[in-house]
Design a binder for this molecule. Structure first.
Ligand SMILES: Cc1cc2nc3c(=O)[nH]c(=O)nc-3n(C[C@H](O)[C@H](O)[C@H](O)COP(=O)(O)OP(=O)(O)OC[C@H]3O[C@@H](n4cnc5c(N)ncnc54)[C@H](O)[C@@H]3O)c2cc1C
Length: 458
């Protein structure tokens, strides 16, 4: 079979479906190709189920701490892992179904199930079908990296996908990778009652954050009983009578960690190895990320790459923003660019970390003379009142221009409150302007104008 379309979109993740919506509304006939689940990573094995899991873990944590608030719970706190799993799977499935229903009702959209691969720059093969279009949008996302560590073939490894299927709490979960995905699962399973050890090859967790952020996160997680093994230079695995032995060759401490389960959370790789990029002449880097310009066009005219696969972002909001950029430029005569967006993201441990812009270390490395405003959550009324006074907030400001360069908030609602800083930055406002803003009392965000008015050279 050979079918022609006005556009082909590969991948029904975060950018693909809304783009199909805009293209079909503009009168185009569009093929949307998906090889697995509509909704992609975020909906099925990423943001949605993990944040649902984090919510269950928070409920368990709060229940255990009920006495701190003068609330007595009779009997023990028990985790019903099949119910936790059913809840998160249910939330993900509902979101997926909503996406499927939306696409099914979209005039001009043909959803084709299968793996798409280039035959020529305008033509792709999906199963025994050939599809052609003058415009092709790649939104193929990524998957967990499983590095070739010695012994890895001898043991069962969990990834972000398979760990969501667990219906029992592991006795001892060993998390390889002390970054965003690994830490969220580490804390959630600790709160479900597992022993948890995080193994990280670097000298500290969340290496791209400022050191005070990494340290505070580690302290918070250690207080909950999570063990950390840093500087794990040469990670290797073997079967062990009590489960799995993770050899870490660390400079101090026991050389092996014996766990019941191992979660691999050392990063993601783009789904471009089986896309036939070279056949179509689409340029990519050594890691498989598709090379794009500021408007997300590849080197081949008529082919764009959006979302995680272009290496310009690794989040749902960056993938969705990629869609907005491409749609605006193509359909609205816009001039939108990737470099116009501010870097921002959350780390959804509890309390969460909200981040925007650059940190102190990066600001200095870029040659800024900086001032910093910082405050511990123990001095934030709302955090104290909630009994959740862990973490801190800080903003980084250019000492010469008064421009806000970035911010970090670890604390209750830090993922939400950070948008105050984000929106001031987006609006091109200064630290002085922020310091003159009146915020609602009592909130965590209320103290952001205060710290903007108390900047110190750093
Ligand atoms: C555990 C975890 C937690 C996360 N939490 C967050 C969070 O809290 N916030 C956040 O912003 N981000 C989070 N992320 C990241 C987020 O999920 C991704 O950034 C986002 O899903 C990227 O969207 P995308 O559209 O680029 O790709 P994806 O969502 O990965 O979608 C790509 C789609 O393309 C399909 N596909 C691939 N190749 C082909 C092919 N050749 N033919 C046909 N179909 C193909 C795939 O099956 C998939 O459905 C998390 C990720 C993980 C793993």
């Amino acid at each position: 079979v050979n079918r022609s379309f006005d556009a082909i979109v590969v991948g029904a993740g975060q950018a693909g479906p809304p783009l199909v919506g805009r293209l079909t509304a503009a009168g185009m006939k569009v093929a949307l190709v998906e090889r697995h689940l509509v909704g992609g990573t975020c909906v099925n094995t990423g943001c949605t189920p993990t944040k649902a899991m984090v919510a269950s873990a928070y409920a368990a944590h709060l229940a255990r701490r009920a006495g701190d608030y003068g609330v007595r719970i009779a009997g023990d706190i028990a985790i019903d892992m099949p119910a936790v799993s059913a809840r998160l799977q249910g939330i993900a499935a509902k979101s997926r179904r909503n996406n499927e229903t939306w696409l099914a009702g979209m005039d001009g959209c043909t959803l084709i199930r299968g793996q798409a691969r280039f035959l020529r720059p305008e033509t792709m093969r999906v199963g025994d079908e050939t599809i052609t279009a003058p415009r092709i949008f790649l939104n193929v996302g990524g998957r967990a990296t499983v590095p070739d560590m010695p012994g890895i073939g001898e043991i069962a490894i969990l990834t972000n996908s398979s760990i969501l299927q667990l219906t029992e709490v592991p006795k001892h979960l060993v998390v390889i990778g002390g970054s965003y995905i690994g830490l969220e699962f580490a804390q959630a399973f600790r709160r479900f009652g597992a022993r948890v050890t995080v193994i990280e090859k670097g000298p500290r967790i969340t290496a791209r954050e400022d050191e005070d952020v990494s340290e505070t996160l580690q302290e918070i997680l250690e207080e909950e009983g999570i063990a950390f093994r840093l500087n794990a230079e040469c990670i290797h695995f073997a079967q062990h009578a009590d489960g799995i032995a993770a050899g870490i060759d660390c400079t101090d401490g026991e050389p092996d960690v014996i766990g019941s389960h191992v979660l691999m959370a050392v990063g993601r790789r783009p789904n471009t190895d089986d896309l036939g990029l070279d056949t179509a002449g689409v340029a990519h880097d050594g890691h498989g990320y598709i090379t794009v310009n500021d408007k997300l066009e590849t080197n081949v005219p008529g082919i764009w790459a959006l979302g995680d696969c272009n290496g310009r972002g690794a989040f749902t909001h960056t993938s969705y923003n990629d869609y907005e950029i491409v749609a605006a430029n193509l359909l609205d005569g816009g001039e939108r660019r990737v470099t116009d967006r501010l870097p921002c993201y959350g780390l959804f441990v509890d309390p969460p970390l909200g981040r925007v812009g650059i940190g102190e270390a990066e600001a200095r490395a870029k040659g800024h003379r900086i001032k910093v405003g910082k405050r511990a959550m123990t001095r934030v009324g709302r955090a104290v009142e909630k009994g959740e006074a862990k973490g801190f907030m800080k903003i980084v400001v250019d000492a010469d221009s008064d421009a806000i360069l970035g911010g970090a908030i670890i604390g209750p609602g830090g993922d939400e409150a950070v948008h105050v800083i984000l929106d001031m930055m987006q609006a091109g406002q200064t630290a002085t302007a922020l310091s003159h803003t009146v915020h609602i009392h009592p909130t965590v965000a209320e103290l952001l104008p205060t710290i903007a008015g108390e900047l110190k050279p750093a």
